[in-house]
Ligand binder design. Sequence first.
Ligand SMILES: C[S@@+](CC[C@H](N)C(=O)[O-])C[C@H]1O[C@@H](n2cnc3c(N)ncnc32)[C@H](O)[C@@H]1O
Length: 438
Amino acid sequence: MNFRSEAYTTILKVLKDKEYSDTLLHQRAKKLKNAGEDPALFYNLVKGVIKLYLKLDYILQQYVDKKKYTDTDIKIKVLLYMGLYQLLYLNSIPDYAAVNETVELAKTLFNPQVADFVNAVLRNYLRNPEVSYPNEPALRIAYEHSFPPELIKQWLDLWGEENTEYLAMFFNENPELHIRVNSTATTPEKLKAYFAKRNIVITPSQASPMMFHTAQTAEVLEDVAFSEGYFSVQDTSAALIVELLDPQKEESVLDLFAAPGGKCSYIAERMDNTGEVIAVDKIPSKMKLLKQAANRLQLTNIKMVVTDAFKYGPVAPAFHRVLVDVPCSGWGVFGRKSDLRWQAHQNIPELIKLQEKALDYAANFVTPGGFLVYSTCTMNPKENEDQISAFLKKNRNFELIPADAFIPERYTSAGYLKTIPFKHNMDGAFAAKLQRRK
Ligand SMILES: C[S@@+](CC[C@H](N)C(=O)[O-])C[C@H]1O[C@@H](n2cnc3c(N)ncnc32)[C@H](O)[C@@H]1O
């Protein structure tokens, strides 16, 4: 077993069969680790090639006869992507090793002719690695940073060339690990001291006293403090959404689109294991993850209901706080979810309808004087500000509560929680806090 052959079959599954799952990746990485291989290289190669395959493809076309490249099977293209990715991004691997190992893999998987082809293309690149990109901004950014051109066009219209490029670049970097302290088990100071004793540096977040970030991902995840429930892995932007919701002890809280439950477990922690959090989601396998997290964190105030949110009832204004964390285009999490940029742009109109319906439905559960938080992990105004404006126009009994009363002002804009990945060094998220009048 070696990390390149495992990476090859994984990448092919994603690019050819459009199948991606973090679980599959983790299982394979674990297998490699047990066989004495470095899982970090496996993760880097798989996630990197999936994110950057459009760029790799664009470059490779410049080193092969056009017709021959068009006729080349995806099974062979994946080998070329892997070889070129190592040459461009894996500095720990010398160029000769990147080429030789890819050629050897081509021999094992195919035959000497394919191996010769792979060798010739990669060496062609090495002889003259100058690549030229189109002048037109949308195409240049799309190929240089590997995003669908139609998505880049939308971003350019929204934010202009400079910000679009910052965003695209940010999502191609290796994201740091963000962790959240379990306040029912320990304190931020104790957790920091615990890791310091083990020579692991975790840096306090500027955004939240309960959050840290670290570049020592593997060491932190493998530490027993994780399995013992002293912390969770969560992007800081997601934690801020719960801080905006601001759940209090002994309250009743409804989390209508709850799984896999990162926000739900934080709600339960902030309520210090009191009151009741009802977590609703329709996907049983994702709810299982919430159940595991609740057990690990020893949270006893979460009640899980596996059902379609729109069938959850009785529909009555019975909750102090309702979180409606809707399915969205996911633009804000393109850094962590390597395959998402290749699918997310397709179904936005449908998502917008679902979000509108979810917000309307969730509002029915808020008690007079209670709060409703609508959130997404996207920076798309049509899924964010536009949804809230339309809702407030229809529902005069709700009003916007400014977010900067709950989270640092730097992460807010026009009363909303709004995180900008390259500016705040976290995922992109949006949330609005609405109060139902008494
Ligand atoms: C953005 S995710 C929620 C993430 C979650 N709040 C967290 O912090 O981990 C949206 C969730 O909505 C769920 N979902 C989508 N349509 C649904 C429906 N009609 N009823 C219930 N859950 C639904 C999906 O299974 C998905 O887990």
